[in-house]
Every structure is written in structure tokens, then in C-alpha cells.
Design a protein. Structure first.
Length: 407
């Protein structure tokens, strides 16, 4: 039987909170352990501390009944299952570090009872879960360890937690069986892997997406460098042509996971992950390319508005956002840079109306849905790397007309 007391360490974040809400909605008793008092207060009041489609409605249903947030680590003592949302970040030398993971695990082991199940949920450097397992054994603890990586997209967690298969990896049959029972409460599909396989599976997933975006961004740079419209070409080669179905549109590839996980895979490969290295140069270099293009348009006298500072559309999460990198680059050379976002909480941002009124150049940083029907005066120069406004501002030519126009 699945243990009814589940504690999620780091339960107020983008990974832990949706998982806790879904567990609670399926009848488990869930405690979200946090170090941020504001998050605890917000969650216990029935409000989400960040945007997540469909989450707040379910939170209202479970909070105060079988879900609560707390700052008190004493909740770990009675937990049958502890889910740790603690990963391996990349340090200032661009190397993954396990220091924070070990510190957190040691603190948890001081509280967790024997026979509890400990589930590592965040992405970790390959081999890190084995280090945690060995650490548990050296302390003589009878804590069962599983590694069950999350694979959700921010903003779609409530849907994907129930619909996507869950990868389960463990070092003992008991831990594997209990992890199965836990996640079968929310999804009928379980995929078994060994721990190292599961760690690589998560890194492969994020690195593949990062590489895929890099291909599109490289093609965007090539087309734009010759004064061509990348999005016309993209539309031509993907329309009714199934072999190009995975050809993504161009755009900023950012956020807290894709670059970090590509760096971790690079370090694990002994810095021989050459495709990953190229992807980093391409994706991280896209803001620089935009600045270079603007230098030909009298950049020192330009008043620029960046619309959308989150790292992706319809999100309030601006961690590792390339819109901020673009902002910093432009502030060195442009006359003025004004930034706006309807979701991001940042005192340096300005209202949309002010940004548009003052700017002669408008750059779409994040394609928020609320910008879809935005009317931008025709005298302003618009840079839309996403092709977001293409459908509303110009109708793509049929393929035979497009090719004829290039003849």
C-alpha cells in the first residue's frame, strides 16, 4: 500500500508544488516543506506563487484538507515517503556540483525514519544518485532510495503529470516496488530503468530539445544574414512534408534546465559532447546576433522596447531568460532600452503602453499569448525571431509562388 504521508522537500517550486497538488488530489496526505516563508503563506492561503495552468483550482480543493505547506522539518519524521526536489546545479566554472545535494540529503537523513522511501525528483549529474545511495549505506540507515526524474513542461504540469509515463529507477527491489506504487496513483504508465540510465534519460531529453532549437536558430541566423525571411522558408519546408515535422521555429532557448542539463552532459562526456557545445554557442549567441543586426540600423540612436522577459511564452519565470541577456547587451550601445512583461514581477519593467510609445524598435522577447493581437505602428522596426506575429501581419505565400519569387 502507498504510504499516506508524503513530504515534498522543495515543495513550493515549479516541480514540487504541482506534484504535491496532484498527489493530494488523488487522496494522499501531502506536506510541502519549504524554506521560503512567503511561499508557505501563499500556498496555505490557496494561491499559487507562480503561473501554472489549472493548478490553483485544484489547490483550492485540497489545501487545508490533505495538503499543507510548512517551514518545519519535523514533518519528515512521520513521512512514509519523502520526495526531494534537489538537483545538481552548475557552478561558476560551468561544472556540476553535488555539494548542495549532499548537504540537503544529510539534513533529511537526520530527520527521516528508517523504512521510509526517499525519491530523488530533480535532474542530477550521472552517478549522483549512486553517491546518495552509498551515503545512506555508510550512515547505516535503512532508507529506500529511488530516482524518478520529472519530465514536465512548466505551465503544463497538471496535465502532463497524469498523462506522461513516469520513469522509475532504484537500487533495490523494495525501493522500486514502492516507487511504482507511489506514481501509479497519478499515472498508469511506468517505465523501469537502472539509475544511471534514468539519469542519462533525463539529460538526453533536455539536451535533445536544446539541440533541436539550436538547429532552427542556426538556420535563422543563416537566412537573416542574407536578408531572407527564415519563417517563409520554414513554412515552405514543413507544409505537408512529414519528414520536417520536428523542425522547430526559431526563438530563445532558455530557462533553468536546457542549458544546465546540456552542460552536465558535456561534463559527463569529458567535454567531448561537441554537438552540445555547438548548440550552446548558437542559442546563447542569438541575442548577440540581434545586436549585430541592429548595429547596421544606427543602434546608438535607437530607442528599443523588449516585450516579454520570461524565458518562454505565458510564463512568469525569468530564470536564465535570454531576454535579460539581450537587454544587458543593448544597454551598452543603444540610446534607451525599455522592457515590459505582463507576468514577470520586476520593478525595472515598464507598462506595455509606455514601452511602445517611447520605442522606435520593438523586439519580441517572449511570445506571450496576450501579445498576439498587439497593434504596433508601421513606422516602428519590429524584430520577431519567433515568427509569432507572422500569421496576423502577413499571409505566407503558397510554396509555388514563394519559389517563383526567388527564381
Amino acid at each position: 500500500m502507498v504510504p499516506q504521508e508524503v513530504v515534498i522537500v522543495g515543495g513550493g517550486g515549479h516541480v514540487g508544488l504541482p506534484l504535491g497538488i496532484v498527489f493530494a488530489d488523488r487522496g494522499l496526505r501531502v506536506t510541502l516543506l519549504e524554506i521560503d516563508a512567503n511561499k508557505v503563506k501563499t500556498i496555505n492561503s490557496g494561491c499559487m506563487p507562480f503561473l501554472e495552468a489549472g493548478a490553483e483550482q485544484v489547490l483550492h480543493r485540497v489545501v487545508g484538507r490533505n495538503l499543507t505547506a510548512t517551514l518545519d522539518s519535523a514533518c519528515l519524521r512521520s513521512a512514509g515517503t519523502v520526495v526531494a526536489v534537489v538537483g545538481t546545479p552548475v557552478d561558476r566554472h560551468l561544472n556540476p556540483t553535488v555539494v548542495e545535494l549532499h548537504r540537503s540529503i544529510d539534513a533529511m537523513l537526520d530527520e527521516i525514519a528508517d523504512d521510509a522511501l526517499l525519491v530523488l525528483r530533480s535532474t542530477v549529474y550521472p552517478g549522483a544518485s549512486k553517491l546518495v545511495y552509498d551515503r545512506i549505506q555508510r550512515r547505516g540507515r535503512k532508507v529506500h532510495l529511488a530516482f524518478c526524474p520529472e519530465r514536465i513542461a512548466e505551465g503544463r504540469a497538471m496535465e502532463e503529470l497524469s498523462s506522461l509515463p513516469q520513469i522509475v529507477a532504484a537500487f533495490t527491489p523494495e525501493a522500486r516496488s514502492r516507487a511504482h506504487e507511489l506514481f501509479l496513483t497519478i499515472t498508469p504508465h511506468i517505465i523501469d530503468l537502472e539509475p544511471l540510465e534514468a539519469e542519462l534519460a533525463k539529460l538526453f531529453t533536455n539536451s535533445w530539445r536544446y539541440l533541436n532549437f539550436a538547429i532552427s536558430n542556426q538556420f535563422y541566423v543563416l537566412a537573416e544574414s542574407y536578408g531572407l525571411d527564415f519563417h517563409r522558408i520554414h513554412e515552405a519546408v514543413t507544409r505537408d512534408y512529414p519528414r520536417m515535422r520536428s523542425f522547430a521555429r526559431a526563438g530563445f532557448a532558455a530557462g533553468p534546465c536546457l542549458l544546465k542539463d546540456t552542460l552536465q552532459l558535456s561534463a559527463f562526456s569529458g567535454n567531448s559532447f561537441f554537438m552540445g557545445h555547438a548548440a550552446m554557442l548558437i542559442n546563447e549567441g542569438l541575442p548577440n546576433f540581434i545586436v549585430n543586426q541592429l548595429r547596421a540600423r544606427d543602434l546608438p540612436n535607437r530607442h528599443i522596447a523588449i516585450l516579454g522577459m520570461a524565458f518562454k511564452a505565458d510564463s512568469d519565470d525569468y530564470r536564465e531568460s535570454l531576454s535579460y541577456k539581450l537587454r544587458h547587451l543593448l544597454e551598452v550601445e543603444a540610446n534607451e532600452v525599455l522592457c515590459s512583461d505582463p507576468f514577470v514581477q520586476d520593478a525595472t519593467l515598464v507598462p506595455l503602453e509606455l514601452a511602445l510609445a517611447c520605442a522606435d524598435t520593438v523586439i519580441l522577447g517572449a511570445p506571450h499569448t496576450v501579445y498576439r493581437d498587439l497593434v504596433i505602428p508601421p513606422d516602428k522596426h519590429v524584430i520577431d525571431i519567433w515568427g509569432f506575429w507572422r500569421d496576423t501581419r502577413s499571409k505566407p505565400l503558397p510554396v509555388h509562388e514563394m519559389l517563383a519569387s526567388r527564381a
